[in-house]
Design a protein around this ligand. Structure first.
Ligand SMILES: [Zn+2]
Length: 428
């Protein structure tokens, strides 16, 4: 069986949109009737649930922002009784109050279903052993992967993040076949495995990587695939929407939006105007089936393209391109818009680069300057002639951004490592 849910995954777009509209009407009505904040927002915008007659009418509804979610912390947007909820998660809240996600039993079922769909498309099966090295706790990541893998019937090893040597021992002893964690952590694990005398490629049974929670480039993906000898898949999700499971990456490495549950729009991040399929902009999601905390037109601040075209894999679910970065991460350097992922993409094209890097941002009198610190691989470092390496990276960056950004080569193993999300940009 190729698809987890063939009917939905290969449904003609027209039918899918009908299903979306039916579900949208229901969720709008529910939010309006059961939640005071949504009720007030709709009233202020002069909208009644009956005004939603087509998917385009969604345009009339005001956006939901991250700031609002913080304002109504923790349970202000709840549309069911709290006693009907069975699980709660929260974002780390490093930049303010955390964003809370609450789930009814049915919401958890939807979550397990979309995660199973996505893991199945990545090749995860009942016979697999999935090491879950996302951090367990309030963060949604680990829990989503666990629910989906168990729905398929795979065995979950809940190592959580950290204690890397132990991770490697377990991977070896248990015969782990699938690794779920952030892409940067998988690179660090490979480093530690090598230090322990293993060849990541030959000494483990690992065949699939299930990576997310970070923006990473295709070049980084190739690097990880090479080092571990695996197929690396992308996962994308948001606490505000459900956690991981918003998309299903197919074997063509296209990100299909699980659009029967999450309705995507693409907007101009500056004006908020809706863009046409095929264009790139900020992703906006509306949850279509969530009961406890429906998100209606949530502005993700994630920049990507949105495409409604059939895919080689046979899926008809619309596609979002890989996330270029959060609009928050966007920097303006000498008048040029720069995303950290673009610099990563450029530098990973150069041989001898390890994948560990740091972008150093400096602000002087309103002018932002950028510098890149790059760790070469041990072998490349020993070769010397590091100026030449720096120059090559600068050239690649110039090719992509048309911008000169100075590159500093640092000693291997000197930049900070992360067991969760990597912090790529530092301000000095
Ligand atoms: Zn596809």
């Amino acid at each position: 069986m190729k698809f987890w849910d063939e009917k939905i995954e290969t449904m003609p777009l027209k039918d899918l949109k009908e299903l979306q509209l039916k579900r949208l009407k229901k969720v709008i009505k529910m939010a309006y009737e059961r939640n005071k904040i949504y009720h007030k927002k709709f009233d202020e915008a002069g909208i009644k649930p009956d005004d939603i007659k087509s998917l385009d009418d969604l345009n009339k509804i005001p956006f939901l922002t991250k700031d609002e979610l913080r304002t109504y912390y923790p349970f202000g947007l709840l549309c069911v009784e709290l006693e009907d909820c069975v699980e709660v998660h929260a974002s780390s809240g490093t930049t303010g109050k955390p964003v809370v996600a609450v789930y009814t039993r049915n919401d958890l079922e939807v979550w397990a279903e979309v995660m199973a769909r996505s893991l199945w498309a990545n090749g995860l099966r009942k016979s697999d052993i999935m090491q879950n090295a996302y951090g367990y706790g309030l963060f949604t990541g680990a829990h989503g992967f666990e629910k989906g893998a168990q729905k398929i019937g795979a065995m979950v090893v809940p190592t959580s993040s950290g204690n890397t040597k132990r991770q490697i021992n377990i991977m070896k002893d248990f015969g782990t076949t699938a690794l779920a964690c952030t892409p940067s952590y998988s690179l660090y694990m490979a480093e530690v495995a090598e230090q322990m005398g293993y060849s990541p490629k030959d000494d483990f049974k690992l065949r699939i990587g299930l990576f997310g929670a970070e923006a990473w480039s295709d070049e980084m993906r190739k690097k990880i695939e090479e080092i571990w000898g695996i197929v690396a898949h992308e996962h994308y999700g948001l606490t505000e929407i459900i956690g991981p499971g918003v998309v299903t990456e197919c074997e063509e490495k296209k990100l299909h939006i699980n659009a029967d549950h999450f309705l995507a729009e693409i907007i101009d991040p500056k004006t908020g105007e809706r863009l046409e399929p095929g264009e790139e902009g900020e992703l906006v999601f509306t949850t279509l089936t969530k009961e406890a905390f429906p998100a209606i037109r949530f502005r993700t601040r994630d920049i990507a393209g949105y495409i409604e075209e059939p895919c080689e894999c046979g899926r008809t679910l619309p596609i979002q391109t890989r996330i270029k970065g959060r609009s928050d991460d966007m920097m303006k350097v000498k008048g040029v818009i720069v995303f950290p992922s673009q610099i990563e993409e450029a530098m990973m094209k150069v041989e001898g680069v390890s994948g560990n890097y740091q972008l150093v941002k400096k602000k002087e009198k309103e002018i932002t300057t950028l510098q890149v610190r790059v760790e070469p691989t041990e072998e490349r470092y020993k070769e010397g002639n590091l100026d030449e390496l720096a120059k090559k990276i600068e050239e690649e960056i110039y090719t992509i951004l048309n911008l000169r950004i100075p590159v500093e080569i640092v000693k291997p193993n000197t930049l900070p490592r992360s067991e969760g999300k990597a912090k790529r940009v530092v301000e000095e």
